[in-house]
Design a binder for this molecule. Structure first.
Ligand SMILES: CCCCCCCCCCCCC/C=C/[C@@H](O)[C@H](COP(=O)(O)O)NC(=O)CCCCCCCCCCCCCCC
Length: 172
């Protein structure tokens, strides 16, 4: 993302920050509970470490932090599937914003949606985008996407089911 330009830095900063929160849990004194998503959910819920309705004493629990990344993974899945099936004249900005409007946008306030919309306009065209991905020629990139998308979907679905079972899909 950083090689796409400064306009994306507010997005990548947020992702890095959220990954850091999870890594800190993993390397902290209760790290053994953070080895899997299942053990994290069980541990945080059993020990009242999750703000369920309003952010107060545990504003940055592992569960709510992962939920933000989980929602972003859905965006990524939708976007990469569009990219995989796109034609030479398809616009990355349109693919990106269609995927965004179908997923993450439902969870973002107006101001973030506007800022994200500006970032999408700065996306390079499809060919440059494939080059930036640095995963071989364009046919190879498309093949790679075909292999990785089912794995992304599977990971997404496992987390989605676990969160749904524990009523965690709307954590503040
Ligand atoms: C490739 C183009 C990249 C464009 C990515 C667009 C995705 C839209 C993400 C918009 C995030 C906006 C930034 C702020 C978000 C936060 O307000 C918001 C809520 O957090 P809070 O509850 O702690 O306040 N955070 C989030 O929703 C998490 C956003 C995470 C965004 C992840 C984006 C991942 C991008 C990965 C790109 C990989 C490209 C790979 C190509 C093969």
């Amino acid at each position: 993302m950083n090689s796409l330009g400064n306009v994306f830095s507010f997005i990548s900063k947020d992702v890095v920050c959220k990954i850091q929160i999870l890594e800190n849990f993993l390397s902290g004194e209760n790290g053994s509970h953070y080895v899997t998503i299942q053990s994290m959910v069980k541990y945080e819920l059993e020990n009242d470490l999750v703000d369920l309705t309003k952010r107060c004493s545990h504003p940055e629990s592992g569960c709510r932090t992962l939920l933000r990344l989980h929602r972003a993974l859905r965006w990524l899945e939708l976007f990469l599937e569009r990219l995989r099936t796109s034609s030479e004249d398809s616009k990355t900005s349109v693919m990106c914003s269609d995927a965004y409007n179908e997923s993450l946008a439902h969870h973002h306030p107006w101001l973030i949606r506007k800022a994200v919309g500006v970032a999408f306009c700065a996306l390079p065209g499809r060919n440059t985008f494939f080059d930036v991905m640095n995963a071989g020629d364009h046919t190879q990139v498309v093949a790679l996407l075909g292999e990785s998308l089912p794995l992304i979907s599977e990971v997404y679905q496992i987390t989605e089911d676990l969160y749904a079972k524990n009523n965690l899909l709307e954590l503040p």
